[in-house]
Design a protein around this ligand. Structure first.
Ligand code: CDP
Ligand code: CDP
Length: 221
């Protein structure tokens, strides 16, 4: 797997990681791993099973039982398309609650490594460059101001027909960022060798161009 190139994109909520990962993946013909979706599915399944989300061992134990599949940008749990449910901010909060447990992170580790396939992978999340793919060829830490992120997430939810309130969204995003930064296992933090990219004032196209530029100067030939 080490000879399969990987680009990692980590950063806080709604900084644009998923969009950037999809566009860079498309441009290079690489696969894309949305690692947040794995934590979201785990949080949702744990809640549905009535588990205590503070019980890391119990939550981790359901991971191998999840019948997950990814098809055309949709996520299925068994035969149910849970994509819309996963996007809700309430599910993001469930994800960040289960993500604090080392046992849950361990249970999802190999699943994430399996996405590393030729011709290459773009992986987005919180710990892609620090824990999952420490040998990645290019690591990006993507940020944007909290106000920008709340507004982006608001517009994104509304456009997908999910109702949202911008004030409570901003509070939820900040609460989630705090939990992600302060947990003891794989907290949200830039890898030492990450390129920092603040895209508060950048278009998606400009951010994609910057990453492709970095990629051109780094590829080993
Ligand atoms: O994956 P993450 O939560 O970091 O963010 P995302 O879902 O990729 O982006 C959140 C929203 O911000 C999306 O609707 C993007 O289209 C938008 N966005 C933007 O307007 N300008 C950017 N430079 C980056 C993202
Ligand atoms: O799209 P957004 O940035 O809002 O969230 P996400 O990437 O879907 O991640 C949801 C939650 O899962 C995060 O707030 C983290 O608590 C957790 N997560 C994580 O701990 N490690 C990852 N690699 C990805 C997500």
């Amino acid at each position: 797997a080490e000879d399969v190139p990987v680009i990692t994109i980590d950063g806080p909520t709604a900084s644009g990681k998923g969009t950037l990962a999809d566009e860079v993946g498309k441009a290079l013909g690489f696969g894309v791993l949305d690692s947040g979706a794995l934590y979201r599915v785990t949080g949702l399944a744990a809640r549905r099973a009535g588990l205590n989300l503070d019980d890391g061992a119990a939550v981790a134990a359901i991971v191998p039982t999840l019948d997950l599949s990814f098809r055309e940008g949709h996520v299925y749990l068994g035969t149910e398309d849970v994509s819309a449910r996963l996007r809700a901010e309430a599910t993001g909060l469930l994800a960040s609650q289960v993500a604090v447990h080392p046992a849950v992170r361990q249970a999802l580790h190999q699943l994430q490594l399996n996405f590393r396939q030729l011709p290459g992978l773009v992986a987005d999340g919180r710990d892609m460059g620090t824990s999952i793919f420490p040998d990645a060829d290019l690591k990006i830490f993507l940020t944007a101001s909290a106000a920008t992120r709340a507004e982006r997430r608001y517009k994104q939810l509304i456009s997908k027909g999910v109702s949202a309130n911008i004030e409570s969204l901003r509070e939820d995003l900040e609460a989630r960022d705090e939990r992600d930064k302060n947990r003891s296992t794989s907290p949200l933090a830039p890898a030492q060798d990450a390129q920092l990219l603040d895209n508060s004032a950048l278009t998606i196209e400009a951010s994609v161009a910057q990453v492709l530029d970095w990629w051109q100067t780094r590829r080993p030939f």
